[in-house]
Design a protein around this ligand. Structure first.
Ligand SMILES: [Zn+2]
Length: 282
């Protein structure tokens, strides 16, 4: 795979973390599988379906030690009962605000989750908007083989886009995306869906003259043609090309103004106008 890029333009997809692999599920979900150094224990993030996880664990000779849950949607938690039945000792970590059954340890903003045996500590970030219970897990580093931070952000920040605002408000979602945007440039962004191609098509409508976006589209097309995931991306790339993290950019504000019919008063109004446009975009 060629990850080369133009000078100054971030990679379309970052070289993946060596301890994290995707388990594809349903049409376009990624269940992220984190394995420990000896590759005998695993943790998974948002297991919407147990079957592909069980198959991946068996193929790699791994047992399941932990599960991280970002929010309550069925395509993120549907596999929990079968995974708990197969691995009764696995510890399920999830949001304090969630009604999901089968969460053993419930976490709030500012808590730190120690994944025993994984050389990984995750800060919990509350990011309501897509759902009210949504949290993200952020690790400064995982293991010794890769120094880059890792973010598991479920359906809030996507590569080139963001989740729909189903339960929260535009103000909540704007604040939540701002919390994620404040993480380090080289943070690997592991979202839960392969939506990048359609997200970038919309981003192009918002910022038609963006050179970094044109380069990302080109690289994304090449990755997808090769059957390669476009996830993870990096926060630097998202800040450069994702319209939902760019509510202060001139073209994004202009697009919002055209939709609103007036100059947007703040970032929330920009976000709301662009998100509403995306909801109806084909
Ligand atoms: Zn969701």
């Amino acid at each position: 795979m060629n990850h080369a890029s133009l000078a100054g333009v971030p990679h379309a997809a970052a070289p993946p973390h060596p301890a994290i692999v995707p388990v594809p599920a349903f049409a376009d979900n990624y269940i992220w599988l984190l394995h420990d150094r000896e590759r005998r224990r695993a943790a998974v993030v948002d297991p919407g379906d147990a079957a592909p996880v069980l198959a991946a664990l068996a193929a790699a000779g791994l047992s399941l030690a932990a599960v991280l849950v970002t929010h309550h949607h069925a395509d993120h938690v549907g596999g929990l009962p079968a995974l708990r039945a197969a691995f009764p000792d696995a510890v399920v970590h999830g949001p304090a605000a969630s009604l999901v059954e089968g969460i053993d340890r419930r976490w709030r903003a500012g808590d730190t989750v120690e994944l025993e045996g994984f050389d990984a500590r995750f800060d919990v970030i509350e990011i309501p908007g897509h759902t009210l219970d949504h949290i993200a897990f952020f690790a400064r580093r995982i293991g010794d083989d890769d120094a880059r931070p890792v973010l598991f952000c479920g359906d809030t920040l996507f590569a080139g886009g963001c989740g729909r605002v189903f339960e929260g408000t535009a103000a909540q979602m704007t604040a939540s995306l701002g919390r994620l945007a404040a993480l380090p440039d080289d943070t690997l962004v592991y979202c839960a869906h392969e939506y990048t191609t359609s997200n970038l098509r919309f981003a192009r409508a918002v910022e038609p003259d963006s050179a970094p976006l044109a380069e990302r589209e080109r690289q994304t097309a090449a990755l997808r043609a090769a059957g390669t995931p476009t996830v993870p991306s990096t926060l630097a790339l998202e800040r450069a090309t994702n319209p939902f993290l760019r509510t202060g950019a001139a073209d994004v504000r202009r697009a919002a103004e055209a939709r609103l019919g007036h100059v947007p008063v703040d970032a929330t109004e920009v976000f709301a106008a662009v998100r509403q446009w995306k909801d109806g975009f084909r």
